[in-house]
Design a binder for this molecule. Structure first.
Ligand SMILES: Cc1ncc(COP(=O)(O)O)c(C=O)c1O
Length: 451
C-alpha cells in the first residue's frame, strides 16, 4: 500500500517521516507503537536522542548489546574504513585477514580449550549452529544415537526453530510448536519463596540441576546430545543460577558424556563481572559457548560459536578437499562485522570495561536494592551490571504494570526494558555512578506513580 493510500484508508499510522504502516515491527506491540511512536534518531555514549530532540539515558545497552556504549570512535572508524576497503568477501572457500584475526583474539578470550570459532550473524543463528555442531559431533564420533537436547523452562535461545524448541517460553512454542523432536526441559531456577531479594547469585536451588538425572534415566544418556542453558537467563526476566548449580550441571554432563552449551548471547563481553564470559566468571567450563550482541557492541550484526578443541578436531579428518561441516551463512565473518568486532575488543581492552563492571557492581547493587519497599515491588536481583525489578502484575492484566513503567521512564528520559512484569536493566559498561543514580531515581519515581 502506498503512503497516500494508507493515509486515505483511515487510521493507518503516519509520522513526520512518512508512513509507519508497512514495517512489521519485531517483538513489538505494532498498533500501540504506531499510535504513539518512540523514535531514536541518533546515539552517543550513554544516550539516545529522540526525533523530538530529547536525550534518553540507555539503561539497556540497546538490547543487551551496546556494551561499549554508542558510536564509540574506534568502532565507527574501523567500520567506515572497512566498507571502503573490502565491502564483502565470499564466506565459503575464501577468506579475508580480519576474520582470522578476530577468531584468534576471541579464542584467546574464551575459557580453557574453547579455541575454535564459527561465525554467524545473530544469537539465534549461533544457537542453531551450536545445536547442529553438537549433533554432527556425536555422529562423527560414532555416537549417532545422541540426538536429544535438554533445555530449561524459561530459557530463551532466540527465534530459530532449534532455539524455540530448546527454549522454554510458552508464547514462542505455543505458536510454532517444538520443531525439534526429542527435547526435554530442566526446571527453571527462579524461586522467590526461597530466594527473594538475593544480592548476586541466590543460595537455594543447586539441586534443581539434578533433574538431569531423571531425564537421563528416562531416555538413556546415550540418546542425549547436549544440554543448553543461559548461565544467567535474561529475556525471561533475569534469572540467576543458584550457588553451585552450573557446577552441578557440568558434573552431570561430564558423567553422562553430554555436551554442555552455555548460551552467552547476553552474558558474554563483561556483563557479569571482570571476565569475558559468564563461564569464566563462574569457573565452569562448557563445551560450547554461543555469543552475539556485545561481540560488536551491537554495531554490525555478528554472532559466534566457540567450540572445544575436541569438537573441532573430531571433524578434521577425511580427504583434505572435503567440507568438514555442512553449515555456514553468506555473511559468516562479514568484513564489516569482523572489523567492528576487532575494534570492539580493542575498546573493551583499552578502557578496561570488564574490570569496570566489577568495580561498579557493588554500587549498582546497592542502588537497585534501594528500591526495596516500594509499592508493587516483589523482588530485586542483580549480578554484575544486570538488574531486575519484579513487580506484582495487575490482576487479569499481565505485563501491563511493567509496560506502563517502561512508557513512563521513556517519557522521563530513561530507556528500560520489560519482560512480563519484570523490569530488566543492563546498561552499557561505560556507565557512571551518577548515571546509575539517575536510572534508579527515575524508576523509583515512576514506580511510586504506577497504578
Ligand atoms: C540467551 C539468548 N540467546 C539467543 C538470543 C537471540 O539473539 P538474536 O536476537 O541476536 O537472534 C538472545 C536474544 O536476546 C538471548 O538473550
Amino acid at each position: 500500500m502506498s503512503t497516500l493510500e494508507s493515509i486515505a484508508t483511515g487510521p493507518s499510522a503516519k509520522h513526520a517521516n512518512g508512513s509507519l504502516e508497512e514495517f512489521w515491527m519485531p517483538f513489538s506491540a505494532n498498533r500501540q507503537f504506531k499510535a504513539k511512536p518512540r523514535m531514536f534518531v541518533s546515539a552517543k555514549d550513554m544516550h539516545y536522542t529522540t526525533d523530538d530532540g530529547r536525550d534518553v539515558l540507555d539503561a539497556t545497552a540497546g538490547l543487551w548489546c551496546c556494551n561499549a556504549g554508542h558510536a564509540r570512535p574506534k568502532i565507527v572508524d574501523a567500520v567506515q574504513r572497512q566498507i571502503a576497503e573490502l565491502d564483502y568477501a565470499p564466506a565459503f572457500q575464501m577468506g579475508h585477514p580480519k576474520v582470522f584475526q578476530l577468531a584468534e583474539r576471541l579464542a584467546a578470550l574464551m575459557p580453557g580449550s574453547l579455541d575454535h570459532i564459527f561465525f554467524t550473524n545473530s544469537g539465534s543463528e549461533s544457537v542453531d549452529t551450536a545445536l547442529k555442531i553438537a549433533l554432527a559431533y556425536h555422529k562423527t564420533n560414532g555416537q549417532e544415537g545422541r540426538t536429544r537436547f535438554v533445555g530449561r523452562e524459561r530459557g530463551y535461545h532466540g527465534v530459530g526453530f532449534g532455539g524455540i524448541s530448546v527454549g522454554g517460553i510458552g508464547n514462542n512454542r505455543r505458536f510454532f510448536g517444538s520443531m525439534l523432536t526429542g527435547v526435554d526441559h530442566l526446571p527453571h531456577t527462579h524461586d522467590l519463596s526461597k530466594n527473594a531479594y538475593s544480592k548476586g547469585v541466590p543460595e537455594h536451588g543447586a539441586d534443581l540441576a539434578d533433574d538431569l538425572e531423571n531425564i537421563v534415566a528416562l531416555h538413556g544418556a546415550e540418546t542425549i546430545a547436549a544440554v543448553i542453558v543461559e548461565p544467567v537467563a535474561g529475556s525471561t526476566g533475569v534469572l540467576l543460577p543458584p550457588k553451585g548449580y552450573l557446577q552441578r550441571l557440568r558434573e552431570l554432563c561430564t558423567k553422562h558424556g553430554i555436551l554442555l552449551i552455555f548460551d552467552e548471547v547476553i552474558t558474554a563481553f563483561g556483563r557479569v563481572g571482570n571476565a569475558t564470559t559468564a563461564a569464566e566468571y563462574f569457573g565452569v567450563q562448557p563445551d560450547i559457548i554461543t555469543m552475539a550482541k556485545g561481540l560488536t557492541s551491537g554495531t554490525i550484526p555478528m554472532g559466534a560459536v566457540a567450540v572445544d578443541a575436541k569438537i573441532y578436531d573430531a571433524f578434521m579428518h577425511g580427504p583434505d578437499n572435503a567440507i568438514e561441516l555442512f553449515h555456514g551463512y553468506t555473511y559468516s565473518g562479514h568484513p564489516m562485522a569482523a572489523a567492528a568486532g576487532l575494534a570492539t575488543l580493542d575498546t573493551y581492552e583499552e578502557e578496561g570495561l570488564f574490570a569496570r563492571t566489577a568495580e561498579l557492581a557493588p554500587y549498582w547493587e546497592s542502588a537497585l536494592h534501594g528500591l526495596k519497599g516500594l509499592p508493587h515491588v516483589i523482588d530485586l536481583r542483580n549480578i554484575g551490571l544486570i538488574g531486575a525489578i519484579e513487580l506484582q502484575g495487575i490482576e487479569g492484566k499481565p505485563t501491563a504494570r511493567a509496560f506502563n513503567a517502561f512508557l513512563k521512564c521513556y517519557d522521563k528520559g530513561v530507556l528500560i526494558r520489560t519482560t512480563g512484569d519484570i523490569i530488566a536493566l543492563s546498561p552499557p559498561l561505560i556507565i557512571s555512578k551518577q548515571q546509575i543514580d539517575i536510572i534508579f531515581d527515575t524508576i523509583s519515581a515512576v514506580i511510586k506513580d504506577l497504578d
